[in-house]
Design a protein. Structure first.
Length: 339
């Protein structure tokens, strides 16, 4: 099983190509795991996990910036399986909106995953998952559109108005993914995996015309290492590599976790990253009592900095893991029964 997942991970990485450009993305996927890979649903220790993030991009460049909001919930379920196996379920709802036309897309993902530990100490864990996704795209402010014949005073209602009227579209499709977690020793851990979207050759289909916009496959490949260099410091380098058609996105991240207060189990995290030919970013966060809060700031380093003044994006994410202990019904044993 490890060889199969390792082979698939390597194959997916090699198939991505080398073109680099802007791609819809997050800078911190710890608060959007189900958009990275369907296999990550239920891939944690706990009973229930909820979280989400908010990303604002290009505010210095356009009046109505690109906004992304997402919420997710997932849970591991035993369902009578052996102790080293479990099922994960999860769902994520996201919304993107941008521009004077208020172009909006609402997406929903519902997934199922299977996880298995290959040893009793759970030093090696593998998982696979599938996901059904549905998205609806609309323009909520069509009156903001002005076509050339209108600007030239040749028409009150443009002959191209149908381009806006037929812009509403939707799609549904299937995504899949897998991951591997490996603890080498008390100090070193590794986690890596991949997700592939639009496996069913998804297409945006207009509700009022025969227009169809086919979507290419989307690849996500990720990996992270955790090395405990001391009792208080953990080094956490990672990478995310994505491809969507001809567009790719590669980012490398150097993360450090600092156990700030051992009694209260509080950990502070610091992240320094670079997105190839696009931006650098800084992130700070805190983890305490199964809460995680992350704040990331993107600084544009490409030629776009001439227009936005290096201000790229601001991203805020959170998550919470709940641990629910089932109530145990104790059978009352009477040592001295009543007569």
């Amino acid at each position: 099983m490890i060889r199969i997942i390792t082979y698939c991970l390597t194959l997916a990485l090699l198939s991505l190509g080398s073109v680099s450009a802007q791609l819809i993305h997050f800078s911190d996927y710890s608060t959007a795991p189900l958009s990275l890979s369907p296999a990550l649903a239920g891939a944690y220790q706990g009973s229930l996990r909820v979280g989400g993030n908010y990303r604002e991009q290009y505010r210095a460049f356009i009046n109505d910036p690109y906004l992304t909001t997402s919420l997710f919930v997932d849970s591991p379920l035993a369902l009578g399986l052996p102790d080293n196996q479990w099922i994960g379920i999860g769902t994520q709802v996201s919304k993107t909106e941008a521009g004077d036309l208020s172009q909006q897309q609402i997406s929903t993902r519902i997934g199922l995953s299977y996880h298995r530990a290959l040893d009793r100490k759970m030093n090696t864990i593998v998982g696979v998952g599938v996901q059904y996704s549905y998205a609806n795209r609309t323009i909520n402010n069509p009156s903001a559109a002005r076509f050339e014949d209108q600007l030239r005073g040749l028409a009150t209602v443009s002959q191209d108005q149908h381009l806006i009227d037929n812009s509403a579209a939707s799609f549904s499709g299937v995504n899949a993914g897998a991951y591997l977690k490996k603890r080498f020793n008390k100090k070193l851990k590794f986690e890596g995996g991949f997700g592939i979207g639009h496996l069913t050759q998804t297409a945006f289909v207009s509700a009022s015309s025969n227009y169809e916009n086919r979507l290419p496959l989307r690849y996500n490949v990720y990996g992270q290492w955790m090395y405990r260099s001391s009792k208080k410091i953990i080094l956490n380098p990672s990478f995310v590599y994505q491809r969507y058609g001809p567009v790719t996105n590669l980012m490398g991240i150097l993360g450090i976790r600092h156990r700030f207060n051992e009694k209260k189990n509080m950990i502070l995290s610091y992240r320094l990253g670079y997105r190839l030919r696009d931006a650098g970013f800084l992130g700070v966060g805190a983890m305490f009592n199964n809460y995680t809060v992350q704040l990331t700031y993107d600084m544009t380093l490409s030629s776009a900095r001439n227009y936005n003044g290096t201000t790229g994006a601001l991203e805020l994410g959170f998550s919470k893991i709940f641990i629910i202990h089932p109530r145990v019904k104790h059978k009352v044993i009477e040592l001295c029964p009543r007569l």
